[in-house]
Design a protein around this ligand. Structure first.
Ligand code: UN1
Length: 499
């Protein structure tokens, strides 16, 4: 056993994961830090999925009858357990997803934050009371639990995105079945163990309220196609969403889709360039460019282009890349070889399209894939700039007219996150009014959204919204109830039907 393998074992023991689940299986668990195998995880087969869904349906039937504030108590306890486990779970996120420690900790903090939000929400699942046109009547909306919620999550936020869904789904009275990325099964197992502790403290949570189905595509398809699953919340590529959406629509299931992003930043001539530099650097290089909110396109006004590119180049040349367990770094590894190859293809395509590439080289060798982030000066928005490559590549372009820059900004398929750096109020408001993304910011970057807002994007990003604001409504069904407390039966729209 290597040092990192031993550390994984120690963390999983501390977090309370049964060794047989992650040592005796058939699916290797890898760490991108070194590329080595750190576990052999059991996968769910069709019979496991079937039994799990039956249990999830039974759990839902029991859970829906529990008052929402009491359901919130379970999520409150889960938040407490997460606080206690924060350091260990964050360390496991670093090992399994390759995040630097502060981002690993941030990811677990995001879980804690959504738990807090959901606890408050458990007393605020409000419906409207609506004026009726009929005397002696009352009309109201009541929100009911939905059923079994399927969550399909991606490697890059291996635990937080599940928590966004699960914390809301649970206070709303649903059961949750989770298919994590095949690249990150260990953090998912750890989260289930943490949840089990909260459920034990809670006392009478139904069996199977929160379940894990580890496996590949077939497990995801089982959730997507099964009529027992009322809602599927899926995070991943636009390609995945294109496969999933019609299948859900076919059976009229609900979908929350969180797909690709191709996020742009505009830096205007009036911008505070120190701020812009930090915002762009974190947005583009943070998480090694593997967030769906990563900044991928940068539009620089002619007047600041040379200065800003020079400063960016210096930042790109000096940023520390490497194994986050081996020293202070800001950029960890890509998730795997396929990610590295996709990045190299994008760099070649950018060169072919006339781009000037700074950085992008591989650092080190072997089974892990570290790269220097790439800054590419592009003659225009062509070729790979139009696509999302899940790697630290920032395409830089010039503009002289803000409206033209905003038009370019919007001229891509995805519509997740966007930002402008400016101190000109008119420019800021023009941008906010025109950006076609689900997230639009002024004087901060595209990534690192907090949980209080609704998170998600338009166009090929899929249109879903998760976490804060009123995203909870998607995890419930609305009934319009009209109550007649008079002794007459007036018909709406003045219709008469006298027997
Ligand atoms: C994702 O990359 O899938 O806004 C989610 C952010 C994070 C979530 C990203 N809070 O960057």
């Amino acid at each position: 056993m290597t040092a990192i393998g031993e550390e994984v074992g120690r963390l999983l023991d501390v977090l309370g994961v049964d060794r047989t689940i992650w040592t005796d299986g058939s699916m290797p668990a890898l760490t991108p830090l070194t590329g080595e195998q750190v576990g052999m995880v059991r996968v769910a087969d069709a019979a496991d999925a079937d039994a799990g869904l039956n249990q999830a349906v039974a759990a839902f039937r029991a859970w829906r009858a529990v008052p929402a504030p009491r359901r919130g108590e379970l999520v409150r306890l889960f938040g407490e357990e997460l606080r206690a486990a924060k350091d260990d779970l964050a360390a496991l996120v670093t090992i399994e997803a390759g995040k630097i420690p502060s981002e690993g900790a941030g990811e677990v903090q995001e879980m804690i934050d959504i738990c807090d939000f959901a606890v408050g929400l458990s007393r605020q699942l409000y419906g409207l009371t609506i004026a009726t046109e009929r005397p002696g009547h009352r009309m109201m909306e009541v929100w009911h639990p939905l059923g079994v919620v399927g969550v399909i999550s991606a490697f890059n936020f291996p635990v937080a995105v599940w928590a966004w869904n699960a914390a809301l789904a649970l206070v709303c009275g649903n059961s949750v079945v989770w298919k994590p990325s095949e690249k990150t099964p260990l953090t998912a197992l750890a989260v289930q163990a943490i949840f089990a502790r909260a459920a034990a403290r809670f006392g009478d949570a139904p069996q199977g309220l929160s379940q894990l189905l580890i496996g590949g595509r077939e497990v995801g398809e089982a959730l997507v196609d099964d009529p027992r699953v009322a809602l599927v919340s899926a995070t991943g590529s636009t390609r995945m969403g294109r496969a999933v959406a019609p299948r859900l629509a076919q059976r009229f299931a609900r979908a929350i889709l969180e797909l690709g992003g191709n996020n742009g930043v505009i830096v205007a001539p009036s911008a505070d360039l120190d701020l812009a530099l930090r915002g762009v650097a974190f947005g583009a290089m943070g998480t090694a460019g593997q967030r769906c909110t990563t900044t991928r396109r940068l539009f620089l006004h002619d007047r600041i282009y040379d200065e800003f590119v020079a400063r960016l180049k210096a930042a790109y040349a000096s940023v520390a890349v490497g194994n986050p367990l081996a020293g202070e770094v800001l950029v960890g590894p890509l998730i795997d070889r396929a990610a590295f190859e996709a990045m190299q293809e994008a760099l070649a395509a950018a060169r072919a399209a006339g781009g000037i590439v700074h950085g992008g080289e591989r650092v080190g060798e072997g089974a892990s894939f570290y790269v220097r982030p790439a800054l590419i000066e592009m003659p225009g928005q062509v070729g790979p700039v139009l696509e999302e490559t899940f790697a630290p590549i920032l395409y830089v372009m010039r503009y002289d007219d803000l409206d033209a820059a905003i038009a370019q900004h919007n001229a891509v398929a995805a519509g997740l996150s966007s930002a402008i750096f400016t101190t000109d109020l008119r420019e800021a408001e023009r941008f906010l009014a025109a950006s076609d993304c689900g997230i639009a910011n002024v004087n901060l970057g595209t990534s690192g959204a907090e949980i209080g807002g609704a998170f998600g994007g338009e166009k090929e990003t899929g249109g879903g919204r998760e976490s804060g604001s009123d995203a909870w409504r998607q995890y419930m069904r609305r009934a319009t109830n009209t109550m007649n407390y008079s002794d007459a039966l007036p018909l709406a729209q003045g219709v008469s039907f006298d027997l």
